[in-house]
Design a protein around this ligand. Structure first.
Ligand SMILES: CC(=O)CC(=O)SCCNC(=O)CCNC(=O)[C@H](O)C(C)(C)COP(=O)(O)OP(=O)(O)OC[C@H]1O[C@@H](n2cnc3c(N)ncnc32)[C@H](O)[C@@H]1OP(=O)(O)O
Ligand SMILES: NC(=O)C1=CN([C@@H]2O[C@H](COP(=O)(O)OP(=O)(O)OC[C@H]3O[C@@H](n4cnc5c(N)ncnc54)[C@H](O)[C@@H]3O)[C@@H](O)[C@H]2O)C=CC1
Length: 289
């Protein structure tokens, strides 16, 4: 988890940004990714404001952070549970919540958006926050698939916009893709200038081909045969089927003839029924709370 501070501060190295000390971090979107990013930022001593649309969502996010921290301290403080409790308390004190994004960015050094995977909604958010946040504030997106430069174009600070693509579950995954744009490249140090994660096509292909084999067989085969921790259907449920659909629909718009992005009736059906995966307790599989 020390990764967060280290990674962020080393990555944003434009002349505008180089001397900014990142202390106050605002995360917009308190879903599975936003809550995880808030957790790692708070665990590394940052003062975090987590923003979402309702208090209920934020309450759920805070509960999720607390239970994830309990899992973390069980290992980290296995010999000293009291220190583990202190750690959880300190981290939780570093996180506040707000349903008003304008108020949440007034003293922010870094904003990370982790809202729905939709360009228009992300652009509207960046455009709005641009008017509210101080000049030095860096805007980052956790997008899985959308071009950062298109989001940056909605702001007056394209040289201070980038991608910070965390992986799910954030507290466990050590990889963060740092995405530069043409305005930041050279000045914005990028660890891995990967713009799009082609792994999703693989997941998508499996969705299209489920009619040729059971999902259970495919998942078990990939776990036993390829050593993956989750099979493609389990992983899709874990990521969220709405997110998977947003990603693949976006790619199809760009490359309508590419068979890799052909629509999946099964995926569309599940999403239209509100079966979004683990977060809604039903997707390809059923889950209990
Ligand atoms: C969509 C995008 O744009 C990009 C993406 O993110 S794609 C998705 C990338 N993520 C992956 O591929 C995840 C693949 N899955 C995995 O790595 C693993 O299944 C997993 C780490 C999620 C869970 O591991 P597991 O062995 O299957 O289950 P489980 O036993 O519950 O967890 C293993 C450990 O991780 C811990 N853990 C799991 N999730 C956690 C969380 N959210 N917070 C804290 N700890 C967690 C557990 O407490 C457990 O700890 P112990 O070893 O001490 O028991
Ligand atoms: N789920 C995953 O495995 C991964 C997702 N991502 C990306 O992270 C982003 C978020 O994904 P998830 O956390 O899975 O989604 P999610 O559906 O769990 O959470 C999104 C949250 O954003 C909130 N929200 C939506 N619009 C908002 C707005 N205008 N203002 C404030 N809050 C708003 C929603 O209420 C919801 O709580 C997406 O861009 C996704 O592509 C990136 C890596 C992995």
């Amino acid at each position: 988890m020390a990764f967060f501070a280290h990674q962020i501060q080393r990555s944003f190295s434009s002349s505008v940004v180089r001397n900014v000390v990142i202390k106050n971090v605002t995360i917009i979107g308190g879903g599975q990714m936003g809550a995880g990013i808030a957790q790692v930022a708070a665990s590394t001593g940052h003062s975090v404001t987590l923003v979402d649309m309702t208090d209920d969502i934020l309450k759920k996010a805070m509960k999720g952070i607390q239970s994830s921290l309990r899992r973390v301290v069980k290992k980290k403080f296995s010999d000293d549970p009291e220190s583990g409790d202190d750690f959880i308390q300190k981290v939780m004190q570093n996180v506040s919540t707000n349903t008003n994004p304008a108020a949440a960015v007034t003293s922010s050094d870094l904003v990370v958006e982790a809202i729905v995977e939709n360009m228009k909604i992300k652009q509207d958010l960046f455009g709005f926050l641009d008017k509210m946040a101080p000049e030095h504030t860096i805007f980052a997106s956790n997008t899985s698939s959308l071009p950062i430069s298109d989001m940056a174009s909605a702001t007056s600070r394209p040289d201070r916009c980038g991608g910070l693509h965390f992986f799910n579950p954030v507290p466990m995954m050590k990889l963060v893709e740092v995405v530069a744009t043409s305005s930041t490249r050279g000045r914005f140090r990028s660890l891995n200038p990967c713009l799009v994660c082609p792994g999703h096509t693989w997941v998508h292909q499996r969705c299209v081909s489920v009619c040729h084999g059971s999902k259970e067989d495919i998942d078990i085969g990939m776990k036993l045969g390829a050593g993956y921790p989750m099979g493609p259907f389990e992983l899709s449920d874990y990521v969220g089927l709405d997110t998977i659909k947003f990603i693949t629909d976006g790619w199809r718009e760009k490359e309508p003839d590419n068979p890799l992005f052909a629509p999946s009736d099964l995926l569309n059906k599940l999403v239209s029924e509100g079966k979004l995966g683990k977060k809604s307790l039903q997707g390809f599989y059923k889950y209990s709370k």
